[in-house]
Design a protein around this ligand. Structure first.
Ligand code: ATP
Ligand code: MG
Length: 619
């Protein structure tokens, strides 16, 4: 891949002195020291975390970590603390209760309707989990049996997850918005023996009313100790780039990653109220709604609703209602709320906020700035966390009290993570560069395999560059060593021999005041090889006119260069997104090329978005 240094925002945003003073990691020096130790001596670095989590060393435990990333040297494998014993539920509940947090709130549940809410303490959660774990046992679920869960964002979903982990049964959660067909595919692929849903438990064709049974059963259920390398859960990826992959995570390593990333990246302290808006059906919900917060004994908000109901002020109303200190959401939600204007945000205090987080896609500097200046009143550090279903937790991210942020950059690696940028030939690039984002060694929470298909695991992540885990994303490193994730390698654009990232062009388009959102793809071109085809959603109330199109072309010509000037700019009432909120550029590429077979669209949130885009297609 050719080197190309873009014109992304280079402003610096250091954390305030008062924030840094109270933070777990307060300076880049401190971060660098901890980071170096995590790479040099992983066992010394992670052992205290394993102890805090109650992981039990046994005589069976051999190496702290053992791994191979090179398919030419044998099968790919990663093991952390193999032979040691753990139980996720024990660490998340029993230990916190023993430490005196039993009466602390685990979750404030906020329903879809603003007046619909409830509270659950650690002790109450514990009782519900034990009761439900006994129900599962009564229905024959044993250690190692896979359990499918298909539920909305209600506290019982957390209860169901923890009950599975208590008895050592891996869960496979299917996002509640999926159709019955998608649910069926996932149950078959993961060969689950039982399904838990909102209204009951289904075993074979027999439906068991969950509530009734739970009310009668036993409140005592001893945790089932499992090997640290036993499966904790399976989870399917979002399907942005192709058919979803059934990612498998194991127990001990995932716990260490979930615990430590939550603690350091959100800088969670006792008394804080944390809120992650993601659905538990996605990895962000697994690690940062359920496991990360509970392992830290944190108090969180669990939100069933959407950002725009009953109106576009809902997020800020919830922030004020619970005095939220850390808010974690996605660029797609930030852009949606930004589109509605500042006045609705300013109706609310938001004074409690301390840290703002984002995840899911590259965040364009425009949205970053708005999040920082408007939502956070210029006072909250922003953590732009890069990670994947596969990585289990954050891998490239700022630490709010230490990192000097640059809007749009995920900045530096988390502890234990070694990012490298490779060229097409697999050579590691140094200094200022752009290429394939890969990792050269495992951290505790990295996935272990694709369920039932170890070959797909090896082919997808390790074949292209033996010796490295390949993320599938492109990245550039700037002169200060900051990492900028530029988007999917599949989405890179090659126009007349110039390589461009979609993020760069999209970022330029949304800088135009009247543009709310955009997606850029390439379309085959007889002369240039590829040309740019842009989809543009105007701000509410703004018309899509020839003058706007001309202004956008001019802007790209000026900011990026004449070679990048798009051949097509199409009106997009809405963009096709996965149910986890990411733009599906592979579908847009097909629309731009005039194809009608759009591939696997099972994870597309709104099928009608595609039809309206087809209608406005340009030739
Ligand atoms: P699939 O793997 O099925 O195509 P997916 O990659 O969208 O779907 P996820 O695991 O949910 O599934 O998303 C991970 C991807 O999200 C990353 O590979 C990256 O492209 C993007 N991403 C997540 N966070 C960030 C971020 N902070 N900055 C840039 N990109 C991000
Ligand atoms: Mg992916």
């Amino acid at each position: 891949m050719a080197h190309r240094v873009g014109s992304l925002c280079e402003d610096l945003y250091p954390p305030s002195k008062s924030f840094s003073e109270k933070a777990f990691v307060s300076s880049m020096e401190e971060y660098s020291e901890m980071y170096a130790k995590s790479i040099r001596e992983p066992a010394t670095f992670w052992r205290p975390t394993a102890e805090i989590l109650g992981i039990k060393s046994t005589s069976e435990e051999k190496d702290f970590v053992s791994w191979n990333f090179n398919p030419q040297k044998g099968p790919i494998h990663v093991e952390w603390l193999k032979g040691a014993q753990a139980n996720m539920c024990y660490s998340a509940l029993d230990l916190n209760i023993q430490r005196g947090l039993g009466d602390n709130v685990a979750f404030y549940w906020e329903g879809n309707e603003p007046e619909d809410d409830s509270v659950m303490t650690y002790k109450q959660l514990f009782v519900e989990v034990c009761k439900f774990a006994n129900v599962l046992k009564k229905h024959g679920v044993k250690k190692g049996d896979r359990v499918a869960i298909y539920m909305p964002m209600v506290p019982s979903l957390v209860v169901a997850m923890l009950a599975c982990t208590r008895i050592g049964a891996p869960h496979s959660i299917v996002f509640g918005g999926f159709s019955s067909g998608s649910l069926k595919d996932r149950i078959i692929d993961s060969s689950c023996s039982i399904l838990i849903t909102a209204d009951g438990v289904y075993r074979g064709t027999k439906c068991v009313a969950l509530k009734d049974i739970c009310d009668q059963v036993d409140e005592v259920c001893e945790p089932e100790w499992v090997d640290c390398e036993d499966t904790l859960f399976l989870l399917y990826t979002s399907g942005s780039t192709g058919k979803p992959k059934g990612v498998l995570h194991t127990t001990g390593g995932y716990m260490m990653t979930a615990y430590s990333t939550f603690k350091y990246v959100f800088d969670y302290h006792p008394g804080d109220i944390y809120w992650c808006t993601a659905d538990i059906g996605w990895i962000t919900g697994h690690t940062y709604v359920t496991y990360g917060p509970l392992l830290n004994g944190a108090t969180s908000v669990l939100f069933e609703g959407v950002p725009t109901y009953p109106d576009g002020g809902r997020f800020w109303a919830v922030v004020d209602k619970y005095k939220v200190t850390q808010l974690y959401t996605a660029p797609t939600a930030i852009r949606l709320l930004m589109k509605m204007g500042d006045s609705i945000v300013k109706r609310y205090s938001r004074k409690s906020l301390k840290v703002l987080g984002t995840v899911g896609e590259p965040i364009n500097p425009e949205a970053w700035m708005w999040y920082h200046h408007v939502v956070g009143d210029s006072g909250c550090p922003i953590v732009d966390t890069f990670w994947q279903t596969e990585t289990g937790g954050h891998v490239i991210t700022p630490l709010p009290g230490a990192t000097v942020a640059k809007p749009g950059s995920a900045t530096f690696p988390f502890f234990g993570v070694v990012p490298v940028i490779l060229d097409e030939n697999g050579r590691e690039l140094n200094g200022e560069c752009e290429g394939y984002l890969c990792f050269s060694q495992p951290w505790p929470g990295i996935m272990r395999t694709v369920f039932g298909d170890h070959e797909r695991f090896e082919t997808t992540y390790f074949k292209k560059f033996p010796g490295y885990y390949t993320t599938g994303d492109g990245a550039r490193r700037d002169t200060d060593g900051y990492i900028w994730v530029t988007g999917r390698i599949d989405d890179m654009l090659n126009v007349s021999g110039h390589l461009l990232s979609t993020a760069e062009v999209e970022s330029c388009l949304v800088e135009e005041q009247s543009v709310a959102e955009s997606a850029v793809v390439s379309r085959p071109h007889p002369v240039k090889g590829e040309c740019l085809y842009c989809f543009v959603t105007p701000m509410d109330g703004v018309a899509f006119t020839d003058a706007l199109v001309a202004a956008l072309k001019e802007r790209i010509r000026e900011k990026i260069g004449p070679f990048a000037c798009p051949d097509f700019i199409q009106y997009a009432p809405v963009l096709p997104k996965t149910r986890s909120g990411k733009i599906m550029r592979r579908v847009l590429r097909k629309i731009a090329a005039g194809e009608t077979n759009l591939g696997d669209v099972s994870t597309l949130a709104d099928q009608s978005s595609v039809e309206s885009l087809m209608r406005h297609r340009l030739d």
